[in-house]
Design a protein around this ligand. Sequence first.
Ligand code: MTE
Length: 497
Amino acid sequence: MAATVRCTYHLRDKDTGSEPEGNGTEMSKLRPTGEATPRTDPLVPGADALSGRLRRAPENFLTPEEIGQVGKGRRDFLRASFLAAAGATAAATLGGRGAAAADTAGDPDILNPTPWGSSLGQPVAANPYGLPSKHERGLVRRQSPGLTQVAAASVSFAPLQGLFGIITPSGLHFERHHQGWQDIDPTRHRLMINGSRPEFVKTPRVYTMDDIMRLPPVSRMHFIECGANTGMEWGNVAVPTVQYTHGMLSCSEFTGVPLRTLLEYCGADLKAAKFILAEGGDGSSMTRTIPIELVMSGEVMVAYGQNGEMLRPENGYPLRLVVPGVQGVSWVKWLRRIEVGDRPYAAKDEAVHYIDLMPDGQHRQYTSIQECKSVITSPSGGQQLLDKGFFTISGLAWSGRGAIKRVDVSVDGGINWTEATLQTPVLSKCLTRFTLPWNWDGRPALLQSRAMDETGFVQPAYGQLRAVRGTRSIYHNNAIQTWQVAESGDVNNVQIL
Ligand code: MTE
């Protein structure tokens, strides 16, 4: 297989409408030299027990102002910041080890009393709503510099590179608003259910939050992915880290009432009905058509709960639609109306946006299922392997068509593949965490993951996807992601066709 590696970064104006800025430069044709690592026990004989140190991705140390500089094209500045942070980390780590080696008295951090072990801690409820440690303050959702002109109609990306397991902490859930977010008074929020013709819904009703929350609830874990996730990478490598390539992705336990139950209470004619229209209460006139089969499956949920508490305002408080497996735009936030009808509505967000531009110039509508996809979150772009030896490759896999069946990982750009371990639980239309032990020999490597779902669908390579979809699309890019590990340990975003 010819490994054509492209690695030019450029930013894009919007996730809707604009085209990639140029085709990028083919920097080199690399022959992958990293060998596939046989599946081994983490305690590989010969592996340095202290190895596996990783410098975090730049989002963990750049301030929002500094990231803004990157948007203005100041790459020299970014490089300098990378080096400064790398230097600081390396100095700190080497300093620690060096000191330990040189000082026969041993490591002061284990031998001496610590301030936290010899003083009174803070009182209970000092933070009535708990916060992450101050040492983790770099791990935040971030807006990609230059992506959109107006922050109220924009995206913030979840920091996938720093998350464990499959649940996204609610405060780090990605955001996509078309007209800003609102914090709606739940006592004044209403959900109306009606038919496009009177015979479709016998008893149109208006529900209060109290009405909805007294009904028997269901709780289920599901991923939500914006259809535009990875959309900047259709033409070429565009952004450096997994936060920006794949961070329009989150996963929560949602609690609510199946929409089917509410429609049945209203006497909806679920045989005559073919579609529903979901409408949001914000100023964006967000309306989306959803096929009735999805509603009839019982999976579509009118949700008020997220990870054990009420939805966050940014995610639709007090009520949002949860449409498992379907692109995020259909998960209408601040949900205020459901209309039952017999034809697709061709609303603005399904006629102009969230459509697939095909190579022949035609647009494809209503391709809303998020196909099988995966990404390695560590090691990933912007990180640096600080020494050779043992690492755990870890990432996320998901499919809008069901459960993940298997994930293969390659460290040589797709020449050899090894089956990764899937962490439990492995749930339908939910993120699945995979891991693979890896002993880095210090030579260049090309890390990839390739997911397969329970339908047998296998995540495509860029070459396969582009053969069908071209390079000028925005939505539904589920191609295999490649992270190039250089001899220096630097990890970069590249594309292999
Ligand atoms: N619903 C309303 N009412 N307004 C919006 O702007 N954005 C949609 C969808 N629902 C949107 C909306 C889009 S494009 C996405 S990807 C998801 O919400 C994002 O959900 P999140 O902000 O909770 O991550």
